[in-house]
Every structure is written in structure tokens, then in C-alpha cells.
Ligand binder design. Sequence first.
Ligand SMILES: *Cc1c(COP(=O)(O)O)cnc(C)c1O
Length: 341
Amino acid sequence: MPKRLPIELPDHLSLANLPTPLQPLDRISERYSLPSRGPRIWVKRDDLTESGMSGNKLRKLEFVMAKAQGSGANVLITCGGIQSNHCRATALVGARLGMKVQLILRGKDPGELDGNLLLDKLAGAEVAVYPDEEYSRDLEQLFEKWSEVYQSHGDKPFCIPTGASDGHGIWGYISASEELINDCAEQRFEPSHIVCATGSGGTQAGLTLGCHLLGLQTRVTGYAVCQNSAYLQKKIREDIAHWMELTGNPLDLNFLSVLINDDYRGPGYGLAGVEVYQTIEELARLEGILLDPVYTGKAFHGLLQELQQGNYQGVDNLVFIHTGGQFALFPHRNHFFLTVE
Ligand SMILES: *Cc1c(COP(=O)(O)O)cnc(C)c1O
């Protein structure tokens, strides 16, 4: 009997190719996990949700876009880093649905089109770039400003927060939890652990809440790529609280464990040490899987360290969620095949 969430999904669009595959990584498990009595490692291929729209953001956008369309909007406004996967997915989703897209990007205009930024432009999105400091200080005002610009031309904008992580967006991974548990059941196991890269927190919030609603003992751990554990604890609980408010579903948040490992963030968002690039090289060579240097490579590198330290001893099966991000490999081309001094 397939396991079912005890709650109806709200309206959502069908944009992703679901279910995504669940695959064992046996060469990686043999090298890094089994010698320290660790689990068999599996990967949930959410990098295959779509081609250009690939990755975790598409699952969240399926729910957020139903809201946007319901509101009668014809313009999407969202934000992120210059190489944001979320912005690229939104740009392409907008094009697919015949909507305009305005991106508010953080950083320095690189002067050339590469990786996700190239795809934003190909999708016809309008791009406005702001220096780090101004972006962090004024993000709310920038959303207001751009909304007014479009309204003054008779358009109807809809704003999507960072990473589409809020009470609507987290439905994407509440729903994915049900899919994943049934993939695992087909392979005759229930995962003791689920691991993902955590940026804005919506993926982890959805998985944590989904597993809770499904009545599972599964532990969901987010490997932070940028923000620290204290920030993410608060953010993930806020997203879940927002979801409770929207759905009128009361839950006692004290019983929900939000597990975050922030030991592998490295020098900062989008910055990684040589070891992360080496992990990406190894996974490509050993398993034919492309990780990215901003999210999945960092998280997977952290996971391999923890496995080797014996921190998952006695665990049977662990599922790593591959949240996508492969287009960021290209702007990072100069960081590969370097050796440690
Ligand atoms: C956005 C992103 C994440 C993090 O997801 P959040 O829901 O923001 O925590 C992980 N991996 C990739 C490739 C992403 O683009």
C-alpha cells in the first residue's frame, strides 16, 4: 500500500517530470560509507525535474505558480544571486507560461553571460543587478519599486521570495516526501536519514514537515551552504508556521526536529574550497552524476566527511536529495583539477 499524506495538496501546476528516479550510489557507498559501517547511499534525482528548469525550485514553483495564476498576475518578480538557480527556473517557468519575469540579482554584473545568467537572458527575463550591500539592506524596497514600475504600465506583478521558500513553496517538498517514501518502499526500505543542501530552507522545511505528516521516524538533515544553524532553525520554523497559518493546520513545532549541520559552509555563499571541487570531480567520474559547487557539491562533501568519521554508523539507508544546480559548473570552470598545495 503506498503511503499517503493525511492532507489534500492545494492547487498546483504540473511542470516537473515526476516521479524523479531514486538511484543507489554503490561505488561511493563502498568507498566512503561501508568501511565505517555506514549506510548504503541513494540519490533522489531532483536534478532531473526538467531540462532548463531542473532542480528543486521547480517543485516549489508548481505550487507558487498556482497562486500567481490565481491572482491574475502577468509578471513574476523574484530575487537571488547572479548565478541563482531559483531565478533561472523562474525565468524559464515564466516563459513557459507566457508571463514576464523581472529578476532582482545580488552581486556584481560579471559583464559576460554564463551559467544561469545566460539562461535567464535566453528566457527573456529582465535583469537588474545590485551590489551586495544595497541588495541586503533594501531588498524589500526593491520588490516594491519593481512592483510599482510594472503596475504603472498596467501589469499585475506577483512577488516570489528568495528560493520560493515560504508557506506556499514548501508544499513542493511536502509532496516530494510522499513520492520519495514510496520510491524507497519499492526498493524495500524506509530511509533512516534524508540529507539535502540547505540554502533558504524551504526544501528542508518541506521534507521535515512531510516526513512528520507521514508519521515516519526518518531524520532529515540539511547541510547548510551559507547561513548558520541558528538562522536556519528560525527560518525553517517560520516557513512551517506560515504553512500552518495558510492551511489552518495546527502542529506543535516543539516536536519537530530541525537538524542542521553548518560545519561545511566553507568561506561563504558560492565560495568553496578545493575539496568541494574534488568531490564534484569524483562523483562525476565514479557515478556519472553532476553536482554543483554552490549547493550539492558542498553538502555531499560534508556528508562524505561525516560518513568517514563514522557518524552514520549502523544506519541502513540514507537518501541524498540531488537538488540540481549543474549550470553553475560553467562559471566555476577555473576551479577544477587543481591540486592541494
Ligand atoms: C536553492 C538550492 C538548494 C537549497 O534549497 P533551499 O530550499 O533554498 O534550502 C539546494 N540545491 C540547489 C542546487 C539549489 O538551487
